[in-house]
Design a binder for this molecule. Sequence first.
Ligand SMILES: O=C(O)CCC(=O)C(=O)O
Length: 254
Amino acid sequence: MQFSDNQITFFRTEGWLAVEDFWSEREVMAMCAELTRLKSEGKLRNVATEGDGKTHSETRVNLQLCPMWPHSDLYKAMPFAAKAVAAIEALLGSPALLHLDQVFLKPGRQGAGTNWHQDNAYFQIPDPLKGTALWTAVHDATLANGTLRVIPRAFSELLPHERDGFSDHHIRCWPDETKAIPVEIKAGGVIFFCYGTPHATGANRTDLERAGVALHFIHTDQSGQARSGFEPGKRPPLVADQATWEAQVASVLE
Ligand SMILES: O=C(O)CCC(=O)C(=O)O
């Protein structure tokens, strides 16, 4: 994975970058199969609530697993796929660290979105451009299933955040939504968005489920003040291990 200078400049100026066909069809098949297993084993939990932040909703469902790596060797290997490491080093510089991983799965019809927030409201790194999500569309992400929306060029200022009553643990902010860009992307595509970029997803109004897997990375020089994720000192250094990734894809598809 080699980014052009234009792509890197776009990320550093706009705060996000979409890349089609980042993962192969085979890799996406393995991701889907592994999510099906995790779901059937009851590992994902509904974080959507009735608006009081406490009572879990039966009609609105936002299934989350965070972190994923203790439950899945495939997802544990994914951040170290050679193209993921190359992309992160190009965008953040090197050395970089794995910070966190998680999945958001919105079932058909019932799927609830995730309200506006900046990841840096959680993570609090000094330079919001030196941390990024690598958000993978495991299924096609469309307007109808509430694809990711981002606010470009808004990463420098941390907006005030409050508890989001429609989730049991999220916080949210209220950016100027007239500036939002919906980013539709096919399964296997990736959206990178830096820790300062306000983003949200909407409800899933289709019959099919929609999952997004978000891997989070920081430059090593941000680690001292970064909150959450792996314990400081135990954040895995980003060293490519393509062989393990390929072996895990093969093993899931066996
Ligand atoms: O995929 C989603 O529904 C939400 C993604 C998100 O908000 C995040 O990765 O921070």
